[in-house]
Ligand binder design. Structure first.
Ligand code: SAM
Ligand code: SF4
Length: 331
């Protein structure tokens, strides 16, 4: 079965899997979590071995890009063993991590050794007070140290992810651009997505469009629309006077579903065929019912692709359509 590809009913080949390794986190970002979160009981969470088995099944079906995310992946106990296991899988070309950066100083060198070649660090503000407000707990200096450690470890592709909220950090867009230019890394600006009901703010009030961000950067720096495609949803622009790239992830203002090449696996083992959709296959149950038989797992993965929807179903304001929080699905 090693030559089989995962192709959905719209002809899209799935080559990219994002896997959540924990729903827990050492931050409580206002757009992602409620202040008081209840996390999953241990028996509902996949073991590291189960996560690795799913990763292996996917790579044997042609997936060549895996991103580990969460919650905060680097807070899970023994998580390095998972990085080492996945990094050794044949056929994997792109091994990525999304992290809040809090533990990156400790892990950067080992992640590089495990084969991680792409790290996204979420950072919404360079102001320690606002950073604390937006993450509720985070310490900005730890994230700065983590970014510097990843650069020093020689991780090839480092990118910041910044969620921009009107009235909070929208006035920091240029400061963030200047920071990545100075560090020689990239940045993607993300529109807030309506994932999970939160009580801290009304998402319709804080919505800030990618087009507004683009305009404020263009007022300072000439940008060139780029055709670069890293296999993710970002649309990139390059700068005439710097190698730093500026990306935009805009689920509201620009639909990115047409060339979607990815699926997600939650830490409970649910295969989500689309971020904005509740369709799911219980891979953990399949593994546990079949004593970890990888061929049976692969057959289920192939069959599941037939249910991948054409596009997501987000709305701003009105009803929250997707009840999952981002930390459950992995951003
Ligand atoms: N804890 C890690 C981190 O923060 O990078 C990984 C998980 S986090 C859920 C992944 C990404 O999702 C982060 O860049 C975060 O900013 C983003 N995110 C979380 N909730 C979001 C929301 N409601 N809308 C848009 N992006 C969101
Ligand atoms: Fe944690 Fe990442 Fe969610 Fe922030 S965005 S609360 S760091 S999982």
């Amino acid at each position: 079965m090693s030559d089989t590809k995962l192709i959905d009913q719209f002809g899209r080949t799935i080559t990219y899997v994002r896997m959540s390794v924990t729903d827990r986190c050492d931050f409580r970002c206002v757009y992602c979590m409620d202040e008081k979160m209840t996390f999953l009981p241990r028996e509902q969470v996949m073991s590291l071995e189960e996560i690795q088995l799913i990763a292996r099944a996917f790579t044997e079906l042609g997936v060549d890009k895996i991103r580990l995310t969460g919650g905060e992946p680097l807070v899970r106990r023994d998580v390095l063993s998972l990085f080492n296991g996945i990094g050794a899988l044949a056929g994997l070309k792109d091994f990525c991590l999304t992290t809040n950066g809090s533990q990156l100083e400790k892990y950067a060198v080992d992640l590089k050794k495990a084969g991680v070649n792409r790290i996204n660090v979420s950072l919404d503000s360079l102001d320690p007070v606002l950073f604390k407000e937006m993450t509720r707990i985070g310490k900005l200096e730890q994230v700065f140290a983590g970014i510097d450690a990843a650069i020093a470890a020689g991780i090839e592709n480092i990118k910041l992810n910044a969620v921009v909220m009107k009235g909070r950090n929208d006035n920091e867009v240029l400061d963030l651009v200047n920071y990545v230019r100075e560090k020689g890394i990239d940045i993607s600006f993300i529109e807030e997505m309506p994932l999970g009901a939160i009580s801290s703010h009304d998402r319709a009030d804080t919505y800030y469009s990618s087009d507004d961000i683009l305009q404020s950067i263009q007022a300072q720096y000439p940008l060139l629309r780029s055709t670069i495609n890293t296999g993710g949803p970002s649309v990139y622009w390059t700068m005439a006077d710097s190698p730093s790239k500026i990306g935009f992830i805009s689920p509201h203002s620009h639909n990115f579903c047409g060339d979607c090449n990815r699926v997600r696996v939650t830490v409970e083992g649910k295969l989500l065929l689309c971020l904005g959709n509740e369709n799911a296959v219980d891979l953990k149950q399949i593994i546990r019912d079949n004593k970890g038989d990888i061929d049976i797992l692969k057959r289920h993965l192939i069959a599941a692709m037939g249910n991948k929807p054409k596009e997501h179903e987000f709305t701003i304001g009105g009803e929250v359509q997707v009840v999952r929080f981002m930390n459950m699905t992995g951003g």
